[in-house]
Ligand binder design. Structure first.
Ligand code: G6P
Length: 614
């Protein structure tokens, strides 16, 4: 949801900025821009519609010198994508250049007031309003830049992460945040600024995470200074981040998404490392160990999340209820936060988020904590806002996920949820010892079975071609497979732009069955489990109406695979772990259909990887 990069130091700013933008492109890619202060104290601003590569091409022959600069890759909120609305925005006087991630909710009122004072606006963005407000306050008050920013930011309602260049102080870079992430890296005389730590990690391992309503001044040759909006000095622990965070590379795959699908066996092994002991039949999560009493005495669990993470939450509900007998509610974070929910101090709220930055999930956490609930985060991005806002948590440890359509993070989230459920089930004695040990062993064996599932890639690649014609898809599953159906449908929608609906298979009779005809592909998760007989009836109902059935079946199945038009075999596993395997063919199906349709799989239209606005 917009990526910000900034640099001030001894080196040339441009290579740091352009490289940083490429690493943050998952956050938005409808336009990009850069502002550089050159050696003569001139501000050069370049913007281009489209991807970072388009900007790079556009400015290949331009002056890109300078030791200070800010840059931005945009996911449009106010104003359509295009060079005019792209950031950086420069104030009318030419004194300030600003990049912004977030939404200024009261921008219209501020703009009207500024218009009355003679300000003219070139773009339709809320960001231009903010830079003009800063300009106005600077011209009105005889104050330093930080005081100007404090005054301006007190006037705005909404979310922001900003980086600002003040041409009257070109040896300083300014940044501020509220509800949108910003990280500052430090090395000798150099300061790096970015929306996440990845663009910084290649240069330094010393970082500071800016907190809400704080303003940072990065003065060349001086120390980092951070104050809040009331001008109190804020001290921050300098954190050490791994230099091996690793640049995300495609590693020979055509797209990040495919690479991330294929990484799943290794990622899930990493996720379980040191936590799952198949020999002893135990799972040990430090967060569960450290907060055992709080978790075991919970009256109820509430899971909050958005998008794919919400689908993982639906599986989490079944795992916790099935294995631990703990009542669970699952809510979209965006609904939960405004629904006046009943939250008790005995509740434990699980917040699931790949990015750890989703604005609605963060707000749901704040609400839960203010009601006295205990909050447990399940995140991927280390050090992001959600892991810092929760009482405890477990990282999924699947490495950076760049493809906008989430794949390995989903299986990582389900793995962590299964681990928590198994750890708690042992403490609660809700599973018989042998079954518990068998499930732990089965979980430990999932990476090898995932490798087997990935062998279906060729067959799915060829069958995808047949289905690119489809305008609609239905995905069906029951029990643990129902959220998998939802996730499969979401993947297809996100990257191929084919309308797809996920449904609980038996509910089909109450509506979607009316849609079925010979044009309608129906993907059905029909693995061998307690529901197999019921699913078989559902398959027959679809075939009776000439629907095209693509069935995900357990190896050796000779009943449903004979009735289905196409069947994809996956290894058998425990029913509660089935989603970890059954999801993969659906990821591959969505991927191949989108590729066949010529879509930009890693950067689907209108979507962003990290949604830091409401
Ligand atoms: C966006 C992404 C989805 C993701 C959702 C929640 O919509 O495109 O892939 O599932 O946000 O994100 P989170 O980072 O909180 O898991």
């Amino acid at each position: 949801m917009c990526g910000i990069v900034g640099y001030i130091g001894n080196g040339e700013a441009y290579p740091v900025l352009i490289d940083g933008l490429k690493q943050l492109e998952y956050r938005g890619y409808d336009s990009a821009g850069i502002a550089l202060v050159d050696g003569n104290g001139r501000l050069n601003v370049y913007k281009e519609k489209g991807k970072v590569a388009d900007l790079e091409k556009h400015i290949a022959d331009r002056d890109k010198s300078g030791h200070t600069g800010i840059a931005h890759t945009r996911w449009a909120t106010h104003g359509e994508p295009g060079a005019v609305n792209a950031h950086p925005h420069v104030s009318s006087s030419g004194r300030f250049a600003l990049v912004h991630n977030g939404i200024i909710e009261n921008y219209a009122v501020i703009r009207e007031n500024l218009k009355k004072k003679g300000y003219e606006f070139r773009s339709a963005t809320d960001t231009e309003v903010l830079v003009q407000l800063i300009d106005y306050i600077a011209s009105r008050d005889d104050a330093d830049t930080v005081a100007v920013l404090q005054c301006a930011l007190k006037e705005v309602v909404g979310a922001y992460a900003i980086a600002l260049v003040d041409m009257e102080h070109p040896d300083c870079l300014y940044a501020a945040r509220k509800s949108s992430p910003l990280v500052i890296g430090m090395k000798d005389n150099d300061f790096y600024l970015a929306s996440d730590v990845n663009p910084i990690a290649a240069y330094t391992d010393r970082v500071v995470y800016l907190e809400d309503e704080e303003i940072a001044s990065m003065h060349y040759g001086d120390r980092l200074r951070i104050v809040n909006l009331s001008n109190a000095e804020c001290s921050h622990e300098v954190m050490t981040v791994s230099k091996n965070l690793g640049r995300a590379e495609k590693g020979g795959f055509g797209h990040y998404m495919l690479k991330e699908i294929f990484e799943q066996p290794d990622c899930i092994r990493d996720c379980m490392r040191g936590r799952v002991d198949p020999e002893a039949g135990t799972v040990t999560l430090s967060a569960v160990r450290d907060h055992r009493e709080r978790l075991l005495s919970a009256g109820r669990f509430i899971i909050v999340a958005c998008g794919t993470s919400w689908h993982a939450g639906l599986i989490g509900k079944q795992l916790f209820e099935d294995l631990c007998r703990i009542p669970v509610e699952v809510a979209y974070a965006s609904e939960f936060r405004y629904s006046n929910p009943v939250i008790r101090s005995t509740d434990v709220v699980f917040a699931i988020s790949q990015s750890g930055e989703t604005a609605d999930t963060l707000a749901a956490i704040e609400l839960a904590r203010s009601a006295g609930a205990f909050v447990y985060g399940i995140c991927n991005a280390v050090g992001a806002s959600i892991p810092r806002a929760t009482d405890t948590g477990s990282y999924i440890h699947v490495g950076p996920e760049i493809g906008v359509a989430s794949t390995k993070a989903f299986t990582g989230q389900v793995t962590v949820l299964a681990m928590i459920a198994l750890d708690l089930a042992r403490e609660k004695h809700t599973l018989d010892g042998e079954r518990h040990a068998a499930l732990v062993r089965e979980l430990a064996g999932i990476p090898d079975k995932m490798r087997e599932v990935l062998k279906t890639d060729t067959v799915i690649g060829s069958l995808s071609r047949i289905f690119t014609y489809a305008k609609n898809f239905i995905y069906l599953g029951r029990g643990y497979s129902y959220p998998v159906a939802l996730e499969g449908a979401l993947k297809l929608k996100e990257i191929s732009y084919i309308h797809a609906e996920g449904y609980p298979a038996a509910e089909m009779k109450h509506g979607p069955i009316a849609l079925i005809d010979e044009e309608m592909p129906v993907v059905i998760i029909a693995t061998r489990n307690a529901m197999y007989g019921k699913i078989l009836s559902n398959v027959q109902e679809i075939k009776a109406r000439k629907g095209k059935v693509i069935a995900i079946v357990t190896e050796g199945d000779d009943v449903i695979s004979r009735i289905a038009d196409v069947s994809v075999e996956i290894p058998g596993t425990a029913e509660c772990l089935d989603p970890l395997l059954a999801t993969i063919p659906l990821q591959l199906l969505a991927y191949h259909i989108a590729v066949c349709k010529g879509k930009d799989v890693d950067r689907p239209r209108n979507l962003a990887k990290s949604v830091t606005v409401e």
